[in-house]
Design a protein around this ligand. Structure first.
Ligand code: DAH
Length: 335
């Protein structure tokens, strides 16, 4: 057994340890360093343990007092460590909040919003009106055969009406459809009456491009076939459409001719002081009904072909059809 030790020696060691530790805790500024300090002073092999290691060398009568003194030092240091930990954590949160402060007065990042092209929004609106009247949407190919584009629509091989449409023929004898009327035939071949369809689509003609003509343009075809349909039904339907589309606008029906309708008419609207043709229409010719196997004694039908560009122009006061194809953002952003 080693020599006995004076309690005063341990007392002063404990006091020195406490002073040194408190001083060190006060200096610390990170949680990691604080943990290092805790291990250094209060850990299993820390300074306090080492001091207590020499307790055995005290006289028995001194041990309880020095033991409780050591406990006080330990508790005091634990309290200081804990207070410091709380203070450092609070400071860390403060710093994080300060760094993340949002300046609500800062200008935002501008993201321009996309929108539908005026032709798309126009045809969507047109379709919506007819869907509201009970019509459904049908489509067909842009490359067509002579049969669907002309023959089944009652254009005779040498019919002068074929000249009405400057057709773009393909090398294989097919053609680019000149109107969406071709889809009438395709649809009727596959379906029985009653029929109520709208057919949106792109059409092609060898037209000279000017302010109101384009070689590529869009139509919306209307077809209704049922028992007992009359020209009044056609007029009523188109009237509802035109009012829903344009509101209060001057409209006139003009007698016309199409091989696939009898009687036929064209519809003009008053636009910029003159009449602008926006559609052709008529009662489906009995020959057309026969070509798809419908009995014209039982069924009648009406049809119309609406020019989407023309209607978009009237709707949006667009003075030149070419603006609809040039993708000028200054123009398109207005819609
Ligand atoms: N297909 C004709 C054209 O492109 C437009 C047309 C006229 C369509 C009368 C029809 C119709 O359905 O009944 O000029």
């Amino acid at each position: 057994m080693s020599t006995t030790m004076q309690p005063s020696e341990l007392e002063s060691q404990l006091a020195a340890l406490q002073d040194e530790a408190q001083e060190a805790i006060a200096q610390i500024d990170t949680l990691d360093a604080l943990e290092q300090l805790r291990i250094k002073y209060l850990g299993k092999k820390g300074s306090l343990s080492q001091v207590l290691g020499s307790m055995g060398r005290l006289g028995a009568e001194d041990r309880p007092r020095i033991g409780s003194l050591a406990n006080e030092v330990k508790e005091a240091l634990q309290t200081s460590l804990e207070n410091k930990r709380i203070a450092l954590q609070a400071a860390a949160i403060e710093a994080k909040l300060a760094a993340e402060t949002i300046d609500v007065t800062m200008p935002g990042v501008f993201r321009s919003q996309g929108r539908a092209h005026p032709l798309t929004s126009t045809v969507d609106r047109m379709i919506d009106i007819f869907v509201g009247l009970g019509y459904t949407v049908a489509t067909g190919p842009e490359m067509e055969t002579d049969y669907y584009n002309f023959e089944a629509l009652n254009f005779q091989p040498d019919h002068p009406a074929r000249d009405m449409q400057d057709t773009l023929f393909l090398p294989d004898g097919n053609l680019l459809r000149t109107h969406t009327s071709s889809v009438q035939i395709r649809y009727m071949e596959e379906n029985d009456p009653p029929i109520r369809i709208v057919i949106p689509g792109r059409c092609y003609r060898r037209d000279t491009v000017d302010a109101t003509h384009s070689a590529v343009f869009h139509q919306l075809e209307i077809l209704a076939v049922d028992e007992g349909l009359t020209f009044s039904d056609l007029r009523g339907t188109l009237k509802v459409f035109l009012e829903a589309m344009f509101g209060d606008i001057e409209v006139r029906f003009r007698p016309s001719y199409f091989p696939f309708t009898e009687p036929s008419a064209e519809v003009d609207v008053r636009w910029k002081g003159r009449w602008l043709e926006v559609m052709g229409c008529g009662m489906v010719d009995p020959n057309v009904l026969k070509s798809v196997g419908y009995d014209p004694e039982v069924y009648t039908g009406f049809a119309a072909g609406l020019g989407v560009e023309r209607i978009a122009m009237v709707l949006h006061q667009i003075d030149d059809i070419r603006r609809l194809y040039t993708s000028d953002l200054r123009f398109l952003r207005q819609f």
